[in-house]
Ligand binder design. Structure first.
Ligand SMILES: [Zn+2]
Length: 318
């Protein structure tokens, strides 16, 4: 497994090995051994190809043409909303590998571009929504920060945004505001509205919570932590008219206190950013996922079938 791990992490080794692995049927054999497992795909944004190519967070925006091909591949498999997939896995009622499609944050492109492709394939997904940001028609801090940094002419806007991650929300806002006051540029309209969330639910998708304001939960005091979990769940249940069971930790950060607060707030499962697949016995508050990273699964902006297949079917090696 170590050798495979090295291959999957080295771009050059992947390029040499994957066509061979594909031709020899190794990927198909790997997939045939995945019965009784659940692979959860993570998406953030799906953008028209030309926009995805220039999106500053280059691991997060999948080009629409590649997304269409990824969904065509998934259409041949068993894909369920995550809550349902976990129930089926626990009941051991399916022999086949299970897949779930998840989206983090609540971007409008998920509704406008991704959901129609998923629905046309007869599938449904799970959307983890940042409820407070959506409710107030705001923009997530990292999107505001990267636009301000770019407009202010910083040499590496993404590195600057990364350097803000560990700050408290207050000092982070102060830094962004200092930069923003020099330029008049705040992106708007990036996120869904509550009505979009409602419509996704009506169309059979699962709605999950991604907090109110996307804080790092391990930095919060207990009252703030409970408020982020309880209020977001209440809003999303109201908008979707569905019980909201699922949660997704912002930035993947969690600990025992956060997990206990999730249970107290009424969630039955939570997703991390830890790579890999899931199998029984399942820890429902430490679900692993496979991020669909366009740097790995596209080549020059186009879908790379073998790389996508390998990332999903060899996920335990990631
Ligand atoms: Zn997020």
């Amino acid at each position: 497994m170590m050798a495979l791990n090295r291959i999957l992490h080295s771009r050059r080794a992947r390029e040499l090995w994957l066509p061979l692995g594909g031709r020899c049927g190794m990927l198909r054999r790997a997939e045939s051994r995945l019965g009784g497992t659940l692979t959860i795909l993570t998406y953030h944004r799906v953008l028209p190809d030309e926009q995805a190519a220039v999106y500053p967070f280059d691991s997060l925006a999948v080009p629409l043409s590649a997304f269409r091909q990824q969904i065509a591949w998934l259409k041949q498999r068993t894909v369920l909303p995550l809550g349902q997939a976990m129930r089926d896995l626990a009941a051991r009622c399916r022999e086949v590998p299970l897949f779930s499609i998840t989206f983090d944050d609540g971007y409008i492109d998920n509704y406008e571009l991704a959901a129609p492709v998923i629905e046309a394939a007869g599938l449904n997904a799970t959307f983890f929504i940042t409820a407070g940001i959506v409710e107030q028609g705001q923009t997530l801090w990292f999107d505001r920060a990267v636009v301000a940094a770019t407009a202010a002419g910083l040499s590496d806007p993404v590195a600057w945004v990364r350097s803000l991650k560990s700050l408290s929300p207050e000092s982070r806002e102060q830094r962004i505001e200092e930069l923003r006051s020099a330029v008049e540029d705040t992106p708007r309209g990036l996120m869904m509205t509550p009505e979009h969330v409602r419509q996704l639910a009506v169309r059979g998708h699962e709605i999950g919570s991604h907090t109110m304001r996307h804080p790092i939960l391990t930095h919060l005091v207990p009252e703030q932590l409970a408020a982020e979990l309880v209020e977001s769940r209440a809003r999303l249940q109201q908008w979707s008219a569905q019980p909201v069971e699922g949660f997704c930790y912002p930035n993947g950060d969690t600990n025992e206190q956060v997990i206990a607060a999730c249970r107290d707030a009424g969630y039955t499962y939570a997703c991390t950013t830890r790579p890999g697949r899931n199998q029984l016995p399942l820890d429902p508050f430490a679900l692993r996922r496979v991020q669909v990273d366009p740097r790995r699964v596209t080549r020059a902006g186009r879908h790379d079938h073998l790389a996508f297949h390998a990332d999903l079917c060899l996920a335990e090696a990631l």
